[in-house]
Design a binder for this molecule. Structure first.
Ligand SMILES: [Zn+2]
Length: 454
């Protein structure tokens, strides 16, 4: 199976758009047929859908809440139930990274945007993930100079993710460690939920040459390195799980002295994109379908930012993901990428759940982009880190960390003034800003969210 899929992943790229479309079409009809026969949930959902599906739009979209509420009917292996998964695997942290029933990899999402989900992947699904990354990023993941550095200093990878749960980053790392003691010595989870001083100590001992995981944790480490408490020499940092701002990227790069690259993936569709040498994200559309849509689930044209995105994972049979609302706002490129890849380029703009709505004086609703709001705050002199929680149509709560030496009251006043003129320019009514006593903080999975609605 391994060689067959590897060959196919390579061939698809060579054959270009026609070969990719043909694979997508064939895999979709097989998946739909399989879901209908083996998943009671999809059988019910598709009861009015024609026998032969020729157009994706004939299929209704699905959402996390509904699927999780029907979990036992959603999965296609009757041995898997939510209750059994809970008692046999998820409640037991000693099982981290172990395959379930000898063939499934199970991960939970942190639920930073809504309820947590439990995702089950079969063997084909993980083989596709591994091969797509290896084949499609074979020229871009590492640079020659970096390979030389690894040969000289060894390969030791530190996963900066949240421990304490079956989250994807931990499960993947622990699953690799279980494969061999040699891997286990070189790859380790460093839970970002632990006290920073302990984390710094452990990383000084381990001396990782690769860091991967949450950029918010890398930012904290960058500050520790600058202060001289952390002394590591990574060759490469791979950011994933959260958005990385360009300011954050520069800060991490300067302090740690290494290149930073990004991964865009989600537990539902782990092989959705690959990054090329022009830093563009290409959709692996032979194994995944990505549909940017508006709030009514109607397709939006290339070049227009979607409200959300529907994804279909053509590789996973045990828990079919077909036109699943992922909640990300994305834009498909209108021009081909200079790298020459036949796969479409997508730009990730953030989560649709993060869009903020404020009231206008005439009763209308004004949509505020989190990025714009965040930039106004971050570009205020003296602001080091912040978190914004929209608490009502005319109110938000601000957690502020000021730069060393800055006067807190002064910075608060400045932010307040800048926000007032920003909101006025956007046409909202007055927005009350409550300054929180507590500093910015991570959620229970260790993820750092910057802006959201309560
Ligand atoms: Zn490209």
């Amino acid at each position: 199976m391994l060689i067959g899929i590897a060959w196919d992943v390579w061939r698809a790229e060579r054959e270009g758009p026609g070969g990719i479309a043909r694979r997508q079409q064939a895999r979709l009809s097989e998946l739909v047929e399989f879901a209908r026969s083996a998943s009671p949930y999809y059988r019910r959902l598709y009861r009015n859908v024609p026998e032969r599906v020729t157009d994706l739009h004939q299929l209704p979209q699905v959402g996390k809440r509904d699927l999780m509420a029907n979990f036992d009917d959603w999965v296609t292996d009757p041995h898997i139930t939510l209750a059994r998964l809970g008692s046999e695997l998820l409640s037991d942290l000693s099982q981290l990274g172990r395959s379930y029933r000898g063939k499934y990899l199970v991960v939970t999402t942190s639920g930073t945007t809504g309820e947590p989900a439990i995702l089950v992947h079969d063997r084909t699904s993980w083989v596709v993930v591994n091969l797509v990354v290896r084949v499609r990023e074979r020229r871009t993941l590492l640079r020659t100079a970096e390979v030389r550095e690894f040969l000289r200093h060894g390969l030791r990878a530190a996963a900066l993710v949240a421990g304490g749960g079956h989250f994807a980053g931990v499960v993947l790392t622990e699953s690799a460690r279980r494969r061999s003691p040699a891997i286990a010595r070189r790859v380790r989870v460093f839970s970002v939920l632990r006290p920073l001083a302990d984390l710094v100590q452990e990383l000084n001992d381990f001396q990782p040459t690769v860091l991967y995981g949450y950029p918010s944790a890398m930012l904290q480490l960058a500050a520790e390195q600058k202060a001289g408490r952390l002394r590591i020499r990574p060759v490469l940092a791979i950011s994933s799980g959260e958005n990385l701002s360009s300011a954050g990227r520069a800060e991490i790069g300067a302090a740690l002295g290494c290149r930073i690259t990004e991964r865009y993936l989600s537990s539902e569709v782990p092989a959705l994109t690959s990054r090329c040498r022009h830093s563009a994200f290409h959709v692996n559309s032979d194994w995944h379908i990505l549909e940017p849509v508006d709030a009514d689930y109607q397709p939006v044209p290339d070049g227009v930012t979607s409200h959300t995105v529907l994804v279909t994972n053509l590789a996973n049979r045990v828990q079919p993901i077909i036109r699943y609302d992922l909640g990300d706002r994305v834009t498909l490129a209108t021009a081909p990428c200079p790298c020459g890849s036949p796969f479409p380029v997508v730009k990730i703009e953030g989560r649709s759940g993060d869009l903020l709505y404020f009231g206008a004086p005439d009763g209308r609703q004004v949509t505020i982009l989190p990025l714009a709001l965040g930039t106004v705050i971050l570009e205020t002199a003296g602001v080091h880190r912040f978190q914004v929680i929209r608490t009502g149509p005319a109110a938000l709560r601000l957690r502020l960390e000021v730069a060393p030496g800055a006067d807190r009251a002064q910075v608060q006043k400045l932010v307040q003034e800048r926000l007032a003129s920003f909101f006025a320019s956007q046409g909202t009514g007055a927005v009350a800003i409550e300054h929180a006593d507590e500093p910015p903080q991570t959620d229970r999975s260790g993820k750092f969210r910057q802006i959201w609605s309560s």
